[in-house]
Design a protein around this ligand. Structure first.
Ligand code: NDP
Length: 599
């Protein structure tokens, strides 16, 4: 579809109108924590909590979080000969988000071959282009087994305090299971999306039917299982699912197929493009799996979705690389003399409008009822919200029992004992499923559940009171021997998050090997290096917050409240992820570790 045939002004006006009607003064405060009467929503439905004695020993490395971040760090440390590693997680096993998210249809939306970490090291071939959750959870366990990470792990354990003891040069870690042990080093890999949130809908606490959050799916209630068996207990039930983000897009087709009544309650539609999943051909996989293959694929994908010169080949070939290729072609297609920032921005916008118009046309092609198809159309730029890909979501609205309840950006009015209200109409239901996502814009300590206490008892929240400050996103001055494994102020590569983790694992293993070789016991980012790094990040990307600010609200733009602090939170290396990975590779292999003081 050529942009010329599209009324760009009308489309952009619609984008603004749809955003404006969703902006609300309470931003992140519209959501509520699962505490008090809501605490049961966090219970583990999958594994019982086994009583154990408190742990009071010492380990070389303590890692908070047993998801991909913790696993990648643990694996790289093991490869470097550091095996005295303890991973602590509130879940009952490794897997992080993939431990919790077992809802029907859960699946990765970045190709498994690059999304699943350490495939080469563990010798696993992903069975599908986009693997389903059970396989992803099993890959987490496989990494745990392969690298001996189960030996010292503590599961169903929440870290409550991590405090630096300057005299002894160790971290003291306390947990909700009465543990109090020490570690030479700590890492935090608590993940960007692990604290489920509930909407603050009036009356939510009064509902007398059954309810749960998608990250704690109740198969006892719905029937079926995580492998996709039919949700047979819902045949005669009326179910509401609130929220239509990436999670709902994957589980709604399963709810629709169950044959009961399903109300899909929508505040903002997702953009849903083609999925085209396919099984992996073992012969093909054998042909590509030559030594070093996964790193080649990771690099190739990162370069294809980055804005620099693309590699000759696009190995992964999916919706992400297609999107960037289109943008790149439009921008690079400009005659040399017209390559001004304004023209490049307009070309970017044209590519985006074309893509989003195709996605909107897809709803007309797949949804039989015209009014429903219209309401399922996403009116915003594609990267305002997480783009979704699915080949059964839109068709689910053709099932006779599945009804789209569109709130026109307003959300559910209220909930009462028997159901919910939208546009003045009451819907009686037996069950409400909250597909309302996870905390992102709240404070680091609220999401982590602890607040690192560094040198002189200074808390991380205090050190960051005017915004996040790190060196490379990984080190914080005043917090020696601590590594924050997260992507902000580093690669910030959100299209393939695990790539950030394998890279951080390489960096930490290199730093610790250097410390071991030189006899250093304390490693700390200098204030000067940290200040220089933050300055580089913030001066190089002044427009980032503004770009997100004109998007419809969501967690990508701090619910429409793009403050300076939010900009600092989300900012990455100015030249993009590929440049960061190259930079940091040179940094860690130079052997100088500039900006870190070893003593
Ligand atoms: P999201 O935060 O993306 O979606 C939450 C949904 O709840 C939105 O549709 C939101 O509407 C809606 N909502 C919130 N409050 C109300 C209300 N009061 N009334 C009605 N609706 C409401 O959460 P998800 O769990 O879907 O996804 C979170 C992230 O997890 C994704 O963005 C993605 O990064 C990741 N994910 C990845 C997957 C994968 O890799 N395959 C699969 C699933 C998730 P609104 O948009 O208006 O705020």
């Amino acid at each position: 579809m050529a942009t010329a045939a599209l009324d760009k002004d009308a489309i952009l006006a619609r984008y603004r109108a749809e955003r404006d009607k969703r902006l609300r003064p309470d931003g992140n405060d519209q959501y509520q924590e699962m505490t008090g009467g809501f605490a049961h929503y966090l219970d583990d439905p999958y594994m019982p909590v086994i009583p154990r004695a408190p742990v009071t020993d010492h380990v070389t490395f303590a890692m908070v979080g047993g998801g991909f971040a913790g696993l990648c760090v643990g694996a790289r440390l093991a490869e470097a000969g550091i095996t005295d590693v303890r991973i602590i997680d509130k879940a009952g096993d490794f897997g992080g988000n993939w431990y919790w998210n077992r809802y029907p249809g859960a699946q990765c939306d970045t190709a498994s071959i690059i999304y699943l970490p350490l495939l080469e090291e563990t010798g696993h071939m992903p069975t599908e282009k986009y693997a389903h959750a059970p396989e992803i959870l099993e890959q987490s366990r496989r990494i745990g087994r392969t690298f001996g990470l189960y030996d010292k792990a503590l599961f169903h354990t929440r870290v409550t305090e991590i405090e630096w003891d300057d005299e002894r040069g160790v971290w003291v870690i306390s947990t909700d299971r009465g543990d109090r042990f020490t570690a030479d080093y700590v890492g935090t890999g608590t993940g960007p999306l692990h604290v489920p949130k509930l909407p603050g809908i009036p009356g939510i606490e009064t509902f007398k039917g059954h309810s749960f959050h998608t990250s704690r799916w109740d198969y006892d209630y719905t029937g079926g299982d995580t492998n996709g068996a039919p949700l047979d207990k819902l045949k005669d039930k009326r179910v509401a699912i609130i929220g239509t983000g990436a999670t709902a897009v994957q589980c709604v087709p399963h709810l629709a197929r169950a044959g009961g009544t399903v109300y899909v309650v929508q505040r903002t539609p997702s953009s849903v493009d083609v999925r085209a999943n396919a099984p992996t051909d073992p012969e093909w996989f054998k042909s590509i799996a030559t030594p070093g293959w996964q790193k080649r694929w990771l690099d190739n994908f990162a370069r294809n979705v980055g804005m620099g010169p693309p590699p000759a080949e696009d190995l992964v070939q999916d919706g992400w690389t297609d999107l960037t290729r289109r943008i790149r072609e439009k921008v690079m297609g400009l005659p040399m003399e017209q390559m001004t920032p304004a023209n490049m921005m307009a070309a970017f916008e044209d590519a985006d409008i074309e893509k989003m118009s195709e996605i909107r046309a897809r709803t007309d092609a797949l949804v039989r009822d015209k009014a429903t198809a219209d309401r399922l159309k996403a009116w915003y730029r594609q990267l305002c919200k997480r783009p979704c890909f699915h080949d059964a979501y839109l068709q689910a609205f053709n099932e006779p029992g599945t009804h789209l309840i569109d709130t026109d950006g307003k959300g559910v009015e209220r909930i009462d004992e028997t159901g919910f209200w939208v546009n003045g109409q009451h819907y009686e239901v037996d069950c409400i499923i909250y597909s309302t996502g996870f905390e992102v814009g709240t404070s680091h300590e609220r999401r982590a559940g602890f607040d690192l206490k560094g040198v002189g008892g200074k808390r991380l929240s205090e050190a960051w009171k005017d915004g996040m400050r790190t060196l490379h996103g990984l080190h914080v001055h005043g917090f020696p021997n601590a590594f924050l494994v997260q992507f902000a102020q580093g690669a910030n590569f959100i299209v393939n998050v695990p790539h950030n983790w394998t890279d951080a694992g390489d960096t930490i293993a290199a730093i610790l090997s250097h410390a071991r070789a030189t006899g250093a016991r304390r490693i700390e980012a200098t204030k000067e290096a940290q200040d220089k790094w933050v300055e580089l990040l913030l001066t190089a990307q002044p427009g980032m917050a503004g770009a997100a600010a004109d998007c419809t609200p969501g967690y990508y733009n701090n619910e429409g409240k793009a403050t300076d602090a939010a900009a600092a939170f989300g900012v990455g290396y100015p030249l993009g992820p590929v440049a960061f990975f190259n930079y940091i590779d040179g940094w860690r292999t130079s052997g100088k570790f500039e900006g870190l003081a070893f003593s």
